[in-house]
Ligand binder design. Sequence first.
Ligand SMILES: Nc1ncnc2c1ncn2[C@@H]1O[C@H](COP(=O)(O)OP(=O)(O)OP(=O)(O)O)[C@@H](O)[C@H]1O
Ligand SMILES: C[C@@](O)(CCOP(=O)(O)OP(=O)(O)O)CC(=O)O
Length: 382
Amino acid sequence: MSTSVTCIAPVNIAIIKYWGKRDDDLILPINDSISVTLSTDHLRTKTTITAGPEIVKSVLRLNGVEESFDNPRIQRCLQEVRKKAKASGKCPNPAMLEWNIHVESENNFPTAAGLASSAAGYACFVYTLATLYGIESEELSGIARMGSGSACRSLHSGYVQWVRGELADGSDSLAVQLAPASAWPDMHVLILVVSDRKKATASTQGMATSVKTSDLLKHRASVCVPQRVELVQKAIAERDFDTFGRIAMKDSNQFHAICLDTFPPCFYMNDVSRSIIRMVDQINKLAGDGAPVKVAYSFDAGPNACLFLLEKDVAEVLAIVRHVYPCGNECTTEEYYKGIPNDESAIEAVPQTLLESFTVEEPNMLRYIIHTKVGDGPKRVD
Ligand SMILES: Nc1ncnc2c1ncn2[C@@H]1O[C@H](COP(=O)(O)OP(=O)(O)OP(=O)(O)O)[C@@H](O)[C@H]1O
Ligand SMILES: C[C@@](O)(CCOP(=O)(O)OP(=O)(O)O)CC(=O)O
């Protein structure tokens, strides 16, 4: 008799980026990283795993297409969850640990486009499997890490740190929650989707070349990241958006500088990404040089921008984004804006004179915008 479990897991966006491994096999990072878990109301992976004695072959389907079940990262996570389930003695039916499984996984956002699909995907795989085997309350971040480094952070809600750890076996390289989503309720996130195409250089490959060839990466890991981690921890604890935003932008820029310092270089941002950086910079200068940051950008390994801002500034920033990046004749509002419904009257109240100080780009530069907030970790939904 087969048994089935369905769970969802969130995407996370790093404020202090993970870029570089000290152990490729165990996926151990060269530096700590800090991320924000995004709400599963708008971006999520949904995975159903069915185990049964009658299933003759294990199968993994991602967005409806069969993928190789022999993928070493999937195999590693499967073995580790089974090992933990055996050791815990909590599995309601230990025979099921030997059964083949069918995995059906779907992302409701672009896959492999620099929006952390591997993070949500592996976190969901590990959490769903653990739920099936009755061990969802055990520490799972060390297992998700072996699927994709950034996945360990998607097992927690809110603000999360992946502590790099010191041990050679990786047992202390785990994700811990710094603060729940509720600790900073007015934090909002706008994702400007520039492209939903698969990126040219996968993160795994890009960071391996960076470790081998970039001198800047060594300086970043040993000097910059330790200082930034302390500052961001404090900024989160004190809800100091100015520090949080400035470091987010500087760390994103430094990560892309490392990509350029890699040989051969990898390019993840494009002209639209750079135009978004200029727009954010102009917004932050509206209140004068040195005024607190209103909006901050962060780019993962792709051209898509993740903007962080406080609730009080959402209408103004959305009005500017809409003005600078008009959608073309064919696009409808439903296609262009996803997520939290907009407060149209507040957006329309933003003065035209302010909007006109920004240069308007060609229509259709952005595919769409997702408005979301900080959110919860994985959960069972069936
Ligand atoms: N739902 C899922 N289940 C299992 N594996 C997934 C899932 N979604 C994505 N993946 C795996 O992750 C790979 C994409 O990872 P990659 O790091 O290249 O991109 P990304 O995670 O979207 O971007 P980044 O991590 O740089 O922000 C996919 O090719 C697939 O192997
Ligand atoms: C730019 C990043 O998103 C890189 C994420 O890399 P992955 O976690 O996808 O890499 P692997 O561990 O090789 O699977 C930064 C971050 O999320 O910290």
